[in-house]
Ligand binder design. Structure first.
Ligand SMILES: [Cu+2]
Length: 172
């Protein structure tokens, strides 16, 4: 009987967490719609999946080309929120240090930013906070490398699948 009660409490907890996640949806929906419509969707971008109406249109790209500062460093800032990175396409020069500052948009959902390209000298995973966090690296190989948030809540779609992804392009 005790076991039964534990299972019952467990199910109730899952239900509450699930409802909480659903309760978040309307606000996020408006936000991602606003973001999606504020930025022109690139022609030829793949259409949003039918079940992902609340998601930011995949393929909508916000590009930022880093300039080398007087200090010889490329400064880039990215803000992450539900469910996007802004900007989400970063262009940096090879063999020039990059100082990437990352921060979380207001909201209770936690996010991170991950780039796993050790072959190109870029390899980090950093949680996003309210304050800016600085990541430094020096890209060593031209190419296009994926960046994404690896968070996922229970059985819901991953943040990455919801649009929290982008690219770092290293150019010669
Ligand atoms: Cu995330």
């Amino acid at each position: 009987m005790k076991f039964f009660r534990v299972v019952l409490i467990y199910l109730a907890m899952i239900l509450v967490l699930g409802l909480k996640a659903f309760a978040q949806q309307p606000g996020q929906e408006m936000k991602s719609d606003a973001v999606a419509s504020a930025q022109e969707t690139k022609p030829g971008a793949e259409p949003a999946p039918a079940e992902g109406a609340d998601d930011r249109v995949k393929g909508s790209e916000k590009r930022f080309v880093a300039l080398v500062g007087k200090d010889g460093v490329q400064h880039v800032e990215i803000v992450g929120g539900e469910y996007y990175f802004d900007p989400n396409f970063i262009v940096v020069k090879v063999n020039t240090p990059v100082e990437l500052k990352v921060k979380k948009a207001p909201g209770i959902v936690s996010h991170d930013i991950v780039v796993k390209a050790p072959e190109a000298g870029i390899d980090f995973k950093t949680g996003l906070c309210k304050e800016w966090t600085t990541v430094t690296f020096t890209p060593t190989r031209p190419g296009k490398y994926e960046m994404f948030c690896d968070k996922k809540f229970l059985w819901f779609k991953s943040h990455r699948d919801r649009g929290m992804e982008g690219s770092i392009e290293v150019v010669p």
